[in-house]
Design a protein around this ligand. Structure first.
Ligand code: BGC
Length: 742
C-alpha cells in the first residue's frame, strides 16, 4: 500500500488506531485535544442546552430547526428527552455533526424514574441516608437504561417556609441532616460514574433559593453571609464532597445579584474555595431572566454576566448561542473562559464514556428489564412505609386490629392513582399508570375487598357537600373509618406557592362530620408540604401524614395502618400552628428577650395572639410503641482541640411492639463570637428494639460538630461551654449534660 492510498483510506479505518492512541491520554488531555480541533461556535454549542419539544418544565421556546442545529454542533445537551427510542434519535443527529460530539441527556429524575419513590421531603423523614442512597440508585438504574445521563437532582435547598411549593423537593430545614442526605443521594445516583448505570447528579439550586421572600417561588433572597454559610451552603458542600458532577444555579437574586450572574457564588465559593471541577448549568432560562431582574439590559449583557460569573451551560435561554461568539470577537469574553466552560462539559462526556459509545446508556433490552424489576417496587414500598409520619394516635386506635370486620375507606384520594406520584414524576413513554398502587388497591391487597366500604365524600377542592350523606352512611356501617384527604399532587412543586396552606375544599368539614358518628376515625393527610389543620389536630384521634408516597403508596399505607410496619419517620420541616408563624424552625437564635413559654409574653419575643411553638416540631413523629431514655454519660467533660468526647446513653422499648426510635443529639454553643442557635442537630441514631429490649447508643463529639463559620467565614470551634441535649424530637429533650471545650 503506497502512502497516497493510505492517505485516502476512509477515515474509519484509522479509528482503532486513534482510539488506541487516545486511550493512553488522560481525560484532561483528551479534552484539550478535542478543544484544539473545535471552532469557537462548536465550543459555544457545547454550552447550549435545549428542551426536547415533547414535555416541558418551563416556558417553551420552539426552534424551527433543532435537528439542524444539533447536526451543526450548536447544541451540547438536551433535557426532557426520555426513553431509548427518543434519545437514540437525537444522538444519531449529533453524530452527524463535524466532530461527532455526543449529546448529554438531562432529566429531572427527582424521586424515581418509572418506579416512583416518595417525594424527597417525605423520604427525608426516614432519617435514613443509606436507604435513600438505595432509592437514588434504583432511579439511576432505570433512567440510565432509558438513555438518560444526568439527573437534575438532588435539590439540596434548605427551606424554612412551607408556603414555598418546592419544599416537597428537598430535605427540610436542617443543614446537618440535609448534608447527609445530599451526599447519600449523590452517591446513589452516580454509583460509579463511567459505568452504564451511574448518572451524573446535580446539586441545585445554587444558592439560597429556598429562602425566597414570603415563600413565593422565584422571589428575591436577602441573607447574611453568616446564615448563608452556616445553614444554606452546607448541603451543597456535602454534595460537592461526595463528588457531585454538576451544579445548577438558581432563579433568585441573592443580596441584589442574580445567582446566575453571581461570581461570588460560582467563581469564589464553588469553583474557587471548594475547587469544584464539574460544570454548572443555569436554571431554565435563568440567564435571560436576568433582564427581568434588571441586572442586565439584554441577552448580550446576560450572556456576559453569566459566563463571567461561572455558569457553564445555558439551559434554554439561548443567550450563549446568540451572543457569546460576538462577545469573544469583541474581546469582552476571553476564549480561555469559553475553553474552560466547554472543557468542563466535555470532560464529563468523556468520563461517562460517551465518546467510546454514544449509545451505551441507550439499550432497549436493559430498559425493558430495569423498568420491570420487582425489587424496585419492593424498595419503593419499604421507603414509602418508612416515610409516613404518625402525628397523633389517641387511645391507640392505630394500628387497625386484624379482627376489624368492616373498614370504611372514605375521601377524594382513596381511589386516586396518579396523585400518589406527587410533583416531579417522570412521564415515561409507553408506560401507563396501572403499575401505581392506589390507596384503595393497597387496602384491598391487605384486608380483602369484602371488608372494605367506600365513599368519595367530596372532591379535593370545591364546595360540594352532596357526597357527605353517602359517606356518613358508609361510616355508620363500619367499625373503623379511614379518611384520605389532602392537596392535589400539583398544589406543591415548582411555581406552586400557597399563601393559605390549609386543606383545600370541604375536606375538613367531611372529617368533622365523620367524627360525629362516634366511630374511630383515622385521617391520612396526603400533601407535598406541611399543612395547617388546627381542627383536625385537635379533634381527630389518629393522623398519619402520608405525603405523596409514590408508586407503592397503597401497599405502604396498608403496611402502616395494620402495623406490619411500625411508623418510624420523623419530621424534617416544622409544622406551624398558623401561617402567621412562618418562617418557623427549630434552630433559631435566642434573642435578647426570649420567651420560654406562651404565657410569659410581657416584653418578650412572642406573639400576642399565637403560640411561638410549632404544632409539630422538627424531629417529631410517634410510634406504635414507646421508648425511655436513661444513663447519659460523657467519658469526659472537657474537650481539647482535636480531641473527642464519647457520649453514651441507654434506650429502652417500653411498649408492647417492636419499633425503631430516632435518638437525636443536639448541641448549643452557649457563648460564642457570634450568636449561635438554641440547638443544632449534630448526630442521631436509629435503634430498632423488641418490646422490653434496651440498647446503648454511642455518639462522638469532635471539633467538627462544634465548629461554625464565624464572622471571617472560617470554619472553627471556639472554646467555652456547650449544652448537650438528647431528644426524641427537637422539643422533646429527654436528657441533658454540658461540657467545656478548651
Ligand atoms: C427548575 C429546575 C429544573 C429545570 C429543568 C426549572 O424550572 O427550577 O429545578 O431542573 O426547570 O426541568
Amino acid at each position: 500500500m503506497n502512502l497516497k492510498r493510505l492517505f485516502f483510506q476512509p477515515a474509519f479505518l484509522f479509528l482503532p488506531l486513534f482510539s488506541a492512541f487516545s486511550q493512553q491520554l488522560t481525560v484532561d488531555q483528551k479534552v484539550a485535544d478535542l478543544l484544539s480541533r473545535m471552532t469557537l461556535e462548536e465550543k459555544i454549542g457545547q454550552m447550549n442546552q435545549y428542551n426536547d419539544d415533547w414535555i416541558a418544565t418551563g416556558p417553551v421556546t420552539l426552534d424551527a430547526d433543532k435537528a439542524g442545529q444539533i447536526r451543526n454542533g450548536q447544541v451540547g445537551s438536551l433535557l426532557n428527552c426520555v426513553g431509548t427510542a427518543r434519545t437514540r434519535k437525537w444522538q444519531e443527529e449529533a453524530l452527524k455533526s463535524r466532530l461527532k460530539i455526543p449529546l448529554l441527556f438531562g432529566q429531572d429524575v427527582i424521586h424515581g424514574y418509572k418506579t416512583t419513590f416518595p417525594i424527597p421531603l417525605a423520604e427525608s423523614c426516614t432519617w435514613d441516608p443509606e436507604l435513600l442512597k438505595k432509592s437514588a440508585r434504583v432511579a439511576a438504574v432505570e433512567a440510565s437504561s432509558a438513555g438518560i445521563h444526568w439527573t437534575f437532582a438532588p435539590m439540596v435547598d434548605i427551606a424554612r417556609d412551607p408556603r414555598w411549593g418546592r419544599v416537597m423537593e428537598g430535605s427540610g430545614e436542617d443543614p446537618y441532616l440535609g448534608s447527609l442526605i445530599a451526599a447519600a443521594r449523590v452517591t446513589g445516583f452516580q454509583g460509579t460514574l463511567g459505568s452504564t448505570d451511574g448518572i451524573m447528579a446535580c446539586a441545585k439550586h445554587f444558592a439560597a433559593y429556598g429562602a425566597a421572600v414570603g415563600g413565593r417561588d422565584y422571589n428575591t433572597v436577602d441573607m447574611s453571609d453568616y446564615l448563608l454559610w452556616n445553614v444554606y451552603l452546607p448541603p451543597f458542600l456535602a454534595a460537592k464532597n461526595a463528588g457531585v458532577a454538576t451544579f445548577m444555579n438558581s432563579f433568585n437574586d441573592l443580596n441584589g445579584v442574580p445567582a446566575t450572574g453571581n461570581a461570588y457564588l460560582q467563581r469564589y465559593i464553588l469553583k474557587g474555595r471548594w475547587k469544584f471541577d464539574g460544570f454548572v448549568v443555569s436554571d431554565w432560562g435563568s440567564i435571560g431572566e436576568m433582564i427581568n431582574h434588571g441586572s442586565v439590559k439584554d441577552g448580550y449583557e446576560a450572556a456576559l454576566s453569566a459566563v463571567t460569573a461561572g455558569s457553564d451551560m445555558d439551559m434554554e435561554s439561548r443567550s450563549y448561542k446568540n451572543h457569546l461568539a460576538t462577545l469573544v470577537k469583541e474581546g469582552k469574553v476571553p476564549v480561555a473562559l469559553i475553553d474552560e466552560a466547554a472543557g468542563r462539559i466535555l470532560k464529563k462526556k468523556f468520563e461517562l464514556g460517551l465518546f467510546d459509545d454514544p449509545f451505551r446508556f441507550c439499550d432497549p433490552e436493559r430498559e425493558k428489564k430495569a423498568l420491570s424489576n420487582p425489587d424496585h417496587a419492593r424498595l419503593a414500598r419499604e421507603v414509602a412505609a418508612k416515610s409516613i409520619v404518625l402525628l397523633k394516635n389517641e387511645g391507640e386506635i392505630l394500628p387497625v386490629p386484624e379482627s376489624v370486620r368492616k373498614i370504611a375507606f372514605i375521601g377524594p384520594l382513596v381511589k386516586a392513582v396518579k396523585q400518589n406520584k406527587g410533583f416531579w414524576d417522570v412521564e415515561v413513554p409507553g408506560v401507563d399508570s396501572s403499575f401505581i398502587v392506589s390507596q384503595w388497591q393497597g387496602l384491598v391487597n391487605r384486608a380483602g375487598a369484602d371488608r372494605l366500604l367506600y365513599a368519595e365524600g367530596c372532591k379535593i377542592e370545591g364546595t360540594d357537600k352532596s357526597g357527605f350523606p353517602e359517606a356518613l352512611r358508609v361510616a355508620e356501617a363500619a367499625d373503623v373509618v379511614v379518611v384520605s384527604i389532602g392537596e392535589r399532587r400539583d398544589l406543591s412543586g415548582e411555581a406552586k406557592s400557597r399563601a393559605n396552606i390549609t386543606l383545600p375544599g370541604v375536606q375538613t368539614d367531611l372529617v368533622l362530620e365523620l367524627l360525629k358518628t362516634g366511630k374511630p376515625v383515622i385521617v391520612l393527610i396526603n400533601a407535598g408540604r406541611p399543612l395547617v389543620f388546627p381542627e383536625l389536630s385537635a379533634k381527630a384521634p389518629a393522623i398519619l401524614y402520608t405525603w405523596w408516597l409514590g408508586s407503592e403508596a397503597g401497599n405502604a399505607i396498608a403496611d402502616v395502618l395494620f402495623g406490619t410496619v411500625n411508623p418510624s419517620a420523623r419530621l424534617t420541616l416544622s409544622f406551624p400552628v398558623s401561617v402567621g408563624q412562618i418562617p418557623i424552625y427549630y434552630n433559631y437564635y435566642n434573642t435578647g428577650r426570649p420567651a420560654t413559654t406562651d404565657s410569659n409574653r410581657f416584653y418578650n419575643s412572642s406573639y400576642l395572639d399565637e403560640s411561638i411553638w410549632p404544632k409539630y416540631e422538627f424531629g417529631y413523629g410517634l410510634s406504635y410503641t414507646t421508648f425511655a431514655y436513661s444513663d447519659l454519660k460523657l467519658d469526659r467533660k472537657e474537650l481539647d482541640a482535636g480531641g473527642k468526647i464519647t457520649v453514651t446513653l441507654k434506650v429502652t422499648n417500653t411498649g408492647k411492639r417492636a419499633g425503631t426510635e430516632t435518638v437525636q443529639l443536639y448541641l448549643r454553643d452557649k457563648v460564642a463570637s457570634m450568636v449561635r442557635p438554641v440547638k443544632e442537630l449534630k448526630d442521631f441514631a436509629k435503634v430498632t428494639l423488641a418490646p422490653g429490649e434496651s440498647q446503648t447508643v454511642t455518639f462522638l463529639i469532635t471539633d467538627e460538630k462544634l465548629a461554625f463559620y464565624n464572622a471571617r467565614l472560617e470554619f472553627a470551634a471556639e472554646p467555652g461551654e456547650f449544652d448537650l441535649m438528647i431528644g426524641a424530637s427537637s422539643r422533646d429533650i429527654r436528657l441533658k449534660e454540658s461540657f467545656t471545650r478548651n
